[in-house]
Design a protein around this ligand. Structure first.
Ligand code: PLP
Length: 429
C-alpha cells in the first residue's frame, strides 16, 4: 500500500517540475478531493491499472468516450489498419465522408457536420457560426454548464439579469464576457424575462440539455420546450452542446430524449472513441455560412484526420448494435439504485440518478435541478466517500461536480462489487 502511494506520489512530484500542476487538465490533479492522483499505466474493458499495477473499476471512462470499455478490439483494429496507410494528410479522405454521413444519419436535425479535434473547438466554432449567421453578438448560457474553455464561455452571471457577464478565468477580457448572459438552469421565468429584455440581440443560446459538468443535472421538458419556442420566435440559434451527453443519454442524444430539434449540435467525447475528435453541425442553411462556402472562418490542420475518424466511425457502428443502449441504461440504473439503497440502509443522506450511460452521485436529500442546488450537497462527505471507494479499487470522478460514466463492459458482477464497496463506505460514515 505505501509502496503503491509512493510511485504515484513520485510521478506526481516529477510531473510538477515540467507540467503546470503536474497535469494537462486541471481536474486530474485531485485538488478538490485531495490526495495523490493515480497515474494510469494501462486500461482494458471496465478497468485501468495505476503506476503500481493496482486495478480500479473505472467510472470516468476518459470522461465519457470509453462507452465500449477500454481498448475495444474492433476499434483497436480499425485504428491499426489506417495507421499503416498514413497518420494525417491535410487533404480530404473518403472516410471523412463516411463519418459525416453516419453522424447525419444518427443525430436528428443534423444536415451537415464539420469535424474538429476537441469539444472546445466545436462549441467555439458553433458560436462564431451562429453569430455570423444571425449577425448578432449576444450569447446566452446557463450557470453550471461547461462548454469548453473558449473566452466567450468562461463567464458567470453578473449581479442581476440585465447586467453583463463576468469572466470566470483570469485572461478573459471583460469586453468579451459582456456579450455573454448567464441564466439559471431550468428557470423558465428567467429565460422569458431575458428574451423579453433583449431577445432580438441573441445570436445563440447554448445548453447542455443533460448537464454533466455540474454533477448530473437534467433539464426539465418544460424548460427545453420554452427554450425551443423562444429561440424560434426571436430568431436565435439553439445550440445543444452534446459533447458529453451525445451518444450517452441514448443513441440519438438529448434531441430524441426530449423530442426537440436544436438548430445546431456539438459533439465530442464518444464521437472520437478516445481519439481527439469532435464535431459541430446542424441545418444546411446555417452550415452554408461556413468557409469555404460562406464568410465565417473556421479551419483545422488535424480536423478529420484518418486515425481519429477510423476510431470514431467504428465506435459509431458498434454502439448501434441492437439492445446496446437498453443494456447500458439498465446497468447504469442498477448502479444508481444500488448505491441509493446502500446509503439509505446506512441512513446517509445520499441519492444517485442516471440517464442512459451517465450518472450523478449527490450527498443530498434529493436530486438537484440547478447549479445552486448542486452546491448545497455535502462536498466533504463526497470527498471522504471518493477516497473510501478509491481505496476499495473503485475510481469515481475526483470531484463532487462531475458526472460518472458506465461502459457496456460494466457487467452485473462489477456493478455489485461497486455497490458492496459503497455499502462498507456508507457504514463507516
Ligand atoms: C468536455 C466538454 C466540452 C469540451 O470538450 P474538450 O474536448 O475537453 O475541449 C464541451 N462541452 C461539454 C458539454 C463537455 O462535456
Amino acid at each position: 500500500m505505501s509502496n503503491t502511494q509512493s510511485r504515484n506520489q513520485a510521478l506526481f512530484e516529477r510531473a510538477q517540475q515540467t507540467i503546470p500542476g503536474g497535469v494537462n487538465s486541471p481536474v486530474r490533479a485531485f485538488r478538490s478531493v485531495g490526495g495523490t492522483p493515480r497515474f494510469v499505466e494501462r486500461a482494458e474493458g471496465p478497468y485501468f491499472w495505476d503506476a503500481d499495477g493496482r486495478r480500479y473499476i473505472d467510472y470516468i471512462g476518459s470522461w465519457g468516450p470509453m462507452i465500449l470499455g477500454h481498448v475495444h478490439p474492433e476499434v483497436l483494429d480499425a485504428v491499426q489498419r489506417v495507421l499503416s496507410k498514413g497518420f494525417s494528410f491535410g487533404a480530404p479522405t473518403e472516410a471523412e465522408i463516411e463519418i459525416a454521413e453516419e453522424i447525419c444519419k444518427i443525430v436528428p436535425s443534423m444536415e451537415q457536420v464539420r469535424m474538429v479535434s476537441s469539444g472546445t473547438e466545436a462549441t467555439m466554432s458553433a458560436l462564431r457560426l451562429a453569430r455570423g449567421f444571425t449577425k448578432r453578438d449576444r450569447i446566452v448560457k446557463f450557470e453550471g454548464c461547461y462548454h469548453g474553455h473558449a473566452d466567450s464561455l468562461l463567464v458567470k452571471a453578473g449581479s442581476g439579469l440585465l447586467t453583463f457577464g463576468n469572466p470566470t478565468s483570469a485572461g478573459v477580457p471583460v469586453d468579451i464576457a459582456k456579450h455573454t448572459t448567464v441564466l439559471e438552469y431550468n428557470n423558465v421565468a428567467a429565460l422569458e424575462e431575458a428574451f423579453k429584455a433583449f431577445g432580438d440581440e441573441i445570436a445563440a443560446v447554448i445548453i447542455e440539455p443533460v448537464a454533466g459538468n455540474m454533477n448530473l443535472v437534467k433539464a426539465s421538458p418544460a424548460f427545453i420546450g420554452a427554450l425551443r419556442s423562444l429561440c424560434t420566435k426571436h430568431g436565435a440559434v439553439l445550440i445543444f452542446d452534446e459533447v458529453m451527453c451525445g451518444f450517452r443519454v441514448g443513441l440519438k442524444g438529448a434531441q430524441a430524449l426530449y423530442g426537440i430539434e436544436a438548430d445546431m449540435v456539438c459533439l465530442g467525447k464518444v464521437i472520437g472513441g478516445g481519439m481527439p475528435a469532435a464535431a459541430f453541425g446542424g441545418r444546411r442553411e446555417i452550415m452554408d455560412h461556413l468557409a469555404p462556402n460562406g464568410t465565417v472562418y473556421q479551419a483545422g490542420t488535424l480536423s478529420g484526420n484518418p486515425v481519429a475518424v477510423a476510431a470514431g466511425l467504428k465506435m459509431l457502428q458498434l454502439i448501434q448494435a441492437p439492445g446496446f443502449y437498453d443494456r447500458l441504461t439498465a446497468q447504469t440504473a442498477r448502479l444508481a439504485q444500488g448505491l441509493t439503497e446502500a446509503a439509505h440502509e446506512a441512513k446517509v443522506p445520499f441519492v444517485a440518478d442516471s440517464v442512459g450511460g451517465m450518472f450523478g452521485l449527490y450527498f443530498a436529500e434529493k436530486v438537484p435541478t440547478s447549479f445552486a442546488e448542486v452546491t448545497k450537497s455535502d462536498v466533504s462527505r463526497f470527498n471522504r466517500f471518493f477516497h473510501q471507494m478509491l481505496d476499495a479499487g473503485v475510481y469515481f470522478a475526483p470531484s463532487a461536480y462531475e458526472a460518472g460514466f458506465v461502459s457496456i463492459k460494466h457487467d452485473d458482477a462489477i456493478i455489485d462489487e461497486t455497490i458492496a464497496a459503497a455499502r462498507r463506505a456508507f457504514a463507516e460514515a
